[in-house]
Design a protein around this ligand. Structure first.
Ligand SMILES: Cc1cc2nc3c(=O)[nH]c(=O)nc-3n(C[C@H](O)[C@H](O)[C@H](O)COP(=O)(O)OP(=O)(O)OC[C@H]3O[C@@H](n4cnc5c(N)ncnc54)[C@H](O)[C@@H]3O)c2cc1C
Ligand code: SF4
Length: 434
């Protein structure tokens, strides 16, 4: 039985690993190239940044090709990893159980969360390695009644050199990413083809026959008995649309807004980002130097990286956004999003103020990198993890299935969804092994 898995991120890698472990012949098609971390020291960019030569955030892929940006409205940019490992190679390494809106449709992922946490190994980053200012801000958050806690991380503290650049790839291999699962899948017989963007699924008489890929290098078709889309909230939606299957206008992105303050020699890049977090109803707060705002946001230009302090707000945003056949995304901040961000960012500024961080507290760029909701599960789909709308042999296995925004790190959720879908595939085909 031949299976094509589209995408090698948190979901795709987990699915490929599980299917190949159980005897299926798996081909992973990945749109991007092999991932390489950003290796230059960040200080090279300072003179260019101060002069504004780096331009806008859409230039990120000139500096760091694996990171792709899409402007979804005049003031919102969405980021994703188009490379082996997908977004997992760009994460801060946070690994938490996010499950907003899932119990409501009858989906409980505890056993998948547990299994994956055991595999990936979760630990918090030791407090004695936090920057003094992060410790101070943690104390202020306690005083303000925000119940902060150390962030569970997929980071091996012993290998970590505290370079702070997790989102540009980990040169030390200290932070887990889904390439580990791809390696397991390949050890089990799977193959991966990079630079192979899938355009559409080939469907004949309601049955899946394979996929078509296309790039400037030309078109290709790959035959298979089943296809699992795990190209992320935007990528999977685009492929579905091109295959004649309508997607939902409910894209969410967990919008991030970082408030910036100033503290001489804070050197916040000398720890991994987001060492602690505070969970509030619709958002989290966490210490974070926003590199994108540092590089590209004009109002942040005057402050050096050593003195820049950031407090992130990650919002569970309104699920309102649509992806089209070309991959263009239309998504704006709703009035409710703007209201919550305003409240949350005053709290972020207050934590900094209470910790001796100087103003002016200036907001960074609105951006989002947790992408889901474009093919959401309904309660009736949960039993088989599959919508009846899909033709025979086609599955969706990523955050596209998750109906609600999370306002929380989503990598573990993406992997857990992938694992559940992979097991449902195996269950539905008891004789699937080759
Ligand atoms: C900068 C950043 C930091 C983050 N930090 C954290 C964090 O610390 N903790 C956390 O839990 N979450 C974090 N996230 C979110 C998390 O990484 C993602 O939600 C999760 O990895 C999504 O998994 P996925 O499999 O759905 O999609 P992705 O990981 O995006 O994988 C999709 C894959 O499909 C490929 N693809 C896309 N289109 C096609 C196509 N047409 N054909 C073939 N392949 C295609 C892509 O190249 C990619 O490899 C972060 C995200 C970003 C952007
Ligand atoms: S801070 Fe640690 S985990 Fe993050 S990129 Fe640097 S070495 Fe890797």
């Amino acid at each position: 039985m031949k299976a094509i898995v589209v995408g090698s991120g948190a979901s795709g890698a987990t699915i490929a690993r599980e299917l190949s472990k159980n005897g299926l012949e798996v081909l992973i098609l990945e749109s991007g190239g092999n991932f390489k971390p950003f290796t230059r020291h960040i200080s090279w960019s300072e003179p260019f940044r101060k002069l504004g030569i780096l331009g806008s955030a859409s230039n990120i892929n000139k500096i760091f090709p694996p990171m792709n940006s899409i402007k979804s409205s005049p003031d919102l940019a969405l980021f994703r990893g188009i490379t082996t490992g997908g977004c997992t190679v760009l994460t801060c390494g946070n690994l938490v159980r996010a499950e907003e809106g899932l119990h409501h449709i009858g989906l409980k992922l505890e056993s998948e969360f547990q299994e994956l946490e055991n595999l990936i190994k979760v630990e918090t980053f030791p407090e004695n390695r936090w920057r003094p200012l992060s410790r101070e801000m943690f104390k202020s958050a306690i005083k303000l009644g925000l119940d902060p806690e150390s962030t569970p991380k997929a980071v091996n503290e012993k290998k970590c050199i505290s370079c702070g650049l997790c989102e540009l790839g980990c040169v030390k291999g200290a932070r887990w990413d889904s390439k580990n699962f791809i390696d397991d899948a390949c050890a089990g017989g799977a193959t991966i083809k990079i630079n192979s963007p899938v355009k559409k699924v080939i469907i004949e008489k309601g049955i899946v026959k394979g996929v078509e890929t296309g790039s400037i290098l030309g078109k290709n078709t790959y035959k298979s008995d089943l296809v699992v889309l795990a190209a992320g909230g935007i990528g999977s939606a685009q492929i579905l649309e091109n295959s004649g299957i309508e997607t939902s206008p409910h894209l969410w992105a967990d919008v991030v807004l970082t408030m910036g303050g100033i503290f001489k020699n804070a050197k916040m890049l000398k720890e991994p980002p987001m060492v602690w977090y505070s969970k509030q109803e619709d958002y989290i707060l966490s210490p974070y130097v926003d590199i994108l705002s540092h590089w590209f946001h004009k109002p942040w230009r005057k402050v050096s990286i050593n003195d820049r302090v950031g407090m992130m707000v990650k919002l569970a945003d309104s699920e309102e956004g649509k992806v089209d056949k070309q991959g263009k995304v239309d998504k704006k901040l709703s009035p409710k999003d703007r209201d919550t961000l305003k409240k949350a960012s005053s709290m972020a500024s207050l934590i900094m103020k209470e910790s001796g961080v100087k103003g002016p507290y200036i907001q960074g760029m609105y951006n989002g990198g947790h992408l889901g909701g474009t093919f959401p599960l309904e309660a009736a789909d949960v039993k088989n993890m599959r919508s009846e709308q899909l033709p025979s042999g086609l599955w969706v296995g990523d955050l596209s299935l998750v109906p609600r925004s999370q306002g929380m790190p989503t990598m573990l959720l993406a992997a857990a969804i992938g694992l559940r879908v992979a097991r449902k595939i195996l269950e539905s085909m008891p004789d699937a092994a080759k």
